[in-house]
Design a protein around this ligand. Sequence first.
Ligand code: NAD
Ligand code: TYD
Length: 351
Amino acid sequence: MQNILVTGGCGFIGTNFIRFLLSDADFDGRIINVDKLTYAGNPQNLADIEDVFRGRYFFIMADICDPQTITDLFAKYKIDTICNFAAESHVDRSIVEPDAFIKTNIEGTFSLLEVARDHQDQLILFHHVSTDEVYGSLGSEGYFTEETPYKPNSPYSASKAASDHLVRAYHKTYGLPVTISNCSNNYGPYQFPEKLIPLMILNALEEKPLPVYGEGRNIRDWLYVSDHCKAVWKIMQDGKRGQTYNIGGRCEKANLDTVEIICDLLDEMQPRAHKRPRRDLIKFVKDRPGHDFRYAIDCSKLETELDWGPEETFESGLRKTIQWYLDHKEWVERVKSGEYLSWVKQHYEDI
Ligand code: NAD
Ligand code: TYD
């Protein structure tokens, strides 16, 4: 793998993945980052990388639904590998406005697969990044394995499920070299503050209410983003073609517990002037429609076959995450004001 097309590289996990690959991984090739720059994509996340890794890192503002541009990139950069992160990723948005989820997640993946099929002679791997949400919702017992039948409940998870099926079908039908990973909830630096953990950190720092859906008993299995990136890279290198790998942190937490832990860590790391605990900001709000009760990943296939395991605990990962948001106030301001979108217009509109 020498010329990797990373899609959605200006989003949360894509940014972390590109940083990992260029700075910390055993990789000396080139990365071609294609991102449409929706509200969730911020090229400033990688502005320093663009300088330091000139000649090895390239950014192209483009839509994965545009086969001509992707075809041109295959020729120009001699792409041999695709790692597909690009997606609409937020469940609440998918409930309000599902259209973009169908377009990018299903049609976009289909379009990429077709371009990949056209270049099968030069393609080493199509890795598709997906979510554990395709498996639906668990009760209080059991785990998702790679054999769990798909039963998605939100427009987001249904669109990701459809894309996974297409990727698998292109392997079975056309022999395309693919791998798929289904990961649990991520957290860490560069996450857009609409997802639970960054939203709670920033609201708490701004003395705003912390909206917990329902009674806060829904359970998520959390994984620090760099552990996800390492797993994806391992699967890309050593995973069996045509196979799916579950990635998870064995770190189940009820949402209310997660929010309380964040409050307590913030109280310790940046106490309020009046010293009262931030837990007093928690506010129970109306539940999400169709809210999946519990996600929990059995990642033993990845652990035993590819010798992967998470390096961060929930506490160490959360401390790093909180510290990152405390240290990157300018990033937070830009993202919240949407200011980076006008920067994007100035820098990339003509490309
Ligand atoms: P994100 O929303 O932060 O980033 C998505 C990126 O994709 C953005 O940069 C956006 O501009 C780009 N994008 C959207 N539509 C595009 C299009 N049509 N063409 C090109 N680029 C486009 O998402 P994330 O949290 O980084 O998630 C990345 C991937 O990982 C997604 O496929 C998601 O389903 C999957 N995933 C996420 C999590 C999680 O907890 N965040 C967990 C498991 C799997
Ligand atoms: P989220 O970060 O949106 O990820 P996902 O829905 O993909 O799991 O939400 C994580 C959990 O936190 C989920 O059970 C919904 C809940 N939640 C809240 O209670 N309040 C919030 O403001 C948000 C955004 C999520």
